[in-house]
Design a protein around this ligand. Structure first.
Ligand SMILES: Nc1ncnc2c1ncn2[C@@H]1O[C@H](COP(=O)(O)OP(=O)(O)OP(=O)(O)O)[C@@H](O)[C@H]1O
Length: 265
């Protein structure tokens, strides 16, 4: 295994009209090739900010970060990752295949190659046959699958996913979680996944990064060694429940530290 993300002493303070907001504090994180890593924590603890720093969408104000051994900017320019947003963010005037094609068109990839890639990626997310539909003709879960196909279209090493299933109901979410696990096993991509959901994090991940707020920092990193074969009912096994309990405890302790903070400073 080799590190695809290496953050050391990462800090990020936003300067706002109401004063500085310390969004990330002293983040040390190494993510190895092929891992599925979830970032979990309460609202405002910096999960999205950390993902955006990896993606070169925010600049850290301190510390260092390497993505695939190079700066986030170089990694972005070499298309090291595909990014999946909370909302599917598909262009409504383009068909599903037109949406998946867009990054490939920007890269100047020939039409026949684009067609082949669209087909294979739609197959990966179980959407074969929906090429000519427009986003509004698809359910929320299908739209999110299409946006995953788009993120995979240029075959990046890594998928960065910001709460991709947060807005979906639980049944659809379960289904998409199963599909995402299959896709991860099939493609062996590295995935960094932001979520609020403990069961989702435990079900999907090889490693869970528990974050705590104000300023956002890593409270604990929990190994999630449930093996590769994870049917949905693994969620009722003692091992799963034990890991979920550890994550919950981590979140609770992270919070109580936060509650004590004003008295200590
Ligand atoms: N562009 C910005 N300018 C100023 N403050 C920001 C900016 N982006 C984020 N923040 C602040 O930084 C902190 C971390 O935000 P972030 O969105 O990373 O948290 P999060 O853990 O992803 O939250 P959520 O789970 O609600 O999405 C918050 O206090 C947020 O208000």
């Amino acid at each position: 295994m080799n590190a695809v993300i290496e953050a050391k002493g990462l800090n990020l303070t936003f300067e706002t009209n109401d004063g500085p907001v310390h969004a990330l504090s002293n983040i040390d994180l190494t993510i190895e090739n092929g891992e599925f890593v979830s970032l979990i924590g309460p609202s405002g603890c910096g999960k999205t900010t950390l993902l955006r720093v990896i993606a070169d969408l925010e600049q850290p104000t301190g510390g260092t970060i390497l993505v695939n051994g190079v700066t986030p900017e170089e990694a972005r320019l070499s298309r090291a990752y595909g990014y999946v947003f909370q909302a599917a963010a598909l262009y409504p005037w383009r068909t599903i295949s037109g949406n998946i094609s867009l990054p490939l068109e920007v890269m100047g990839i020939a039409r026949s190659e684009r067609k082949a890639r669209i087909e294979s990626n739609l197959e990966l997310v179980n959407l074969s046959g929906f090429e000519k539909k427009f986003p509004w003709q698809l359910s929320g879960g299908m739209q999110q699958r299409a946006s995953i196909a788009r993120a995979l279209s240029f075959d990046p090493d890594m998928l960065l996913m910001d709460e991709p299933f947060g807005a979906l109901d639980e049944i659809v979410r379960d289904h998409l979680n199963e599909q995402l696990l299959k896709l991860w096993a099939q493609t062996q991509k590295t995935v960094v996944f932001v979520t609020h959901s403990i069961p989702e994090a435990v079900f999907l991940s090889t490693k869970i990064v528990v974050m705590s707020p104000r300023p956002g920092r890593i409270h604990e990193i929990i190994d999630c060694d449930l093996g590769a074969d994870r049917p949905l009912d693994i969620r009722e096994t003692p091992k799963f429940l034990e890991i979920a309990h550890r994550v919950r405890e981590g979140l609770r302790l992270g919070h109580s530290y936060d509650d004590r903070e004003p008295a200590e400073s």
